[in-house]
Design a protein around this ligand. Structure first.
Ligand SMILES: C[S@@+](CC[C@H](N)C(=O)[O-])C[C@H]1O[C@@H](n2cnc3c(N)ncnc32)[C@H](O)[C@@H]1O
Length: 325
């Protein structure tokens, strides 16, 4: 079975899902030129938060030191520059790196970044939310005595929460580590919510992230003049998130051919483009605990102090089968 797919396969599947659900999955933002649009505007997080690299190194060293052979699997690795910098700076020789991304463009960028080093690296063009992932890890990762699944860059906050948490529960084995980098809400008051809303609203302005957000529409041939780009804020209490949903409302009836099918959009139709979640840490931890994960505030067995509270580790614990004895 091959687990790495071509651009064409993943794009076709996404377009057929779009025709059915009439919503974009966040991965469409990064297809084709979307990858370079994102990379051009982006700065590695270690440049934005000085001090973060040293806390990440401490976390990685703490988790990896107890494993003879460790796999770091970066889900939605993007151009993998952060992952590369972290591995190089950690100087650990027992880690193999796996970068997974649904964008072939991102995979190319990632391979280019890792070319410079002697680190053991593998890149896979794959949808991390597909059921193939479970089979892939059983076929390819069973020789490791510790696996670290990482969601860097708040990527977990962009995808459907229960679906992804269920998939991780089914895929990870006891002892595997899930390292989620998520954006945290410091101020949970209505004023704090309002300030966050203003921040994400600004991204709709030309010259901010408007072009990037509109890219999936351009990809399927919807013109900017026929839609209005909007943002809505909702609460997702079960995961403790404030959700910012970027969506477009149609201004008039349009007909469009997508992947060989004729689709009609009416003026009242709204389609979602991107969801960003900002979390209340305690509720988010509780959500994962309800999915059979244990929170490890200091990264497993060592006494690491996480200096930047944006990061935390959850580790998979065995699922207790009800009614077994
Ligand atoms: C916000 S970027 C983060 C990239 C990187 N981890 C970082 O920290 O800069 C999200 C990445 O996840 C990828 N992605 C989104 N949905 C995906 C999916 N379902 N399967 C695999 N990759 C996905 C995108 O292509 C993109 O490269």
């Amino acid at each position: 079975m091959t687990y790495s797919h071509s651009d064409r396969d993943l794009i076709r599947k996404s377009l057929s899902q779009f025709s059915f659900f009439r919503n974009f999955e966040q991965k469409m933002l990064y297809f084709k030129e979307g990858a370079s649009k994102f990379v051009q505007k982006r700065k590695c997080i270690y440049r934005l938060f000085p001090g973060l690299l040293s806390s990440d190194i401490a976390v990685l060293q703490g988790i990896a030191k107890n494993g003879k052979k460790v796999a770091l699997i970066s889900l939605g690795c993007g151009n993998a520059d952060r992952d590369f910098e972290l591995l190089e700076a950690s100087e650990l020789s027992n880690i193999d790196y796996y970068g997974i991304d649904s964008s072939a463009g991102m995979i190319k960028f990632g391979e280019e970044v890792f070319k410079k080093s002697k680190l053991s690296s593998h890149f896979l063009c794959q949808d991390f939310s597909s059921s193939d992932m479970k089979e892939w890890q059983e076929d390819c990762l069973s020789q490791y005595d510790r696996r670290i699944y990482a969601f860097f860059g708040n990527t977990f906050g962009n995808v459907p929460q229960s679906h992804m948490a269920d998939l991780l529960r089914n895929m990870l084995k006891p002892g595997d580590v899930l390292w989620i980098d998520m954006a945290q809400r410091e101020d949970t008051t209505p004023e704090g919510d309002g300030q966050l809303f203003e921040k994400y609203l600004q991204r709709l302005e030309p010259g901010q992230q408007r072009d990037f957000l509109l890219y999936p529409l351009q990809f399927i041939g919807i013109k900017e003049k026929d839609i209005e780009l909007q943002i809505e804020m909702k609460k997702e209490s079960s995961v403790g998130a404030l959700l910012f949903n970027y969506c477009v409302a149609f201004q008039k009836k349009i007909e469009l051919e997508v992947d060989g099918e004729l689709l009609t959009f009416l003026p009242e139709d709204v389609i979602d483009i991107l969801q960003i979640r900002i979390y209340d840490e305690k509720k988010f931890i509780r959500f994962f605990e309800e999915h059979s994960f244990t929170y490890l505030p200091s990264g497993d067995t060592s006494s690491i102090e996480l200096k930047d509270e944006r990061y935390f580790i959850v580790s998979r614990r065995p699922v207790i089968k009800m009614g077994k004895n």
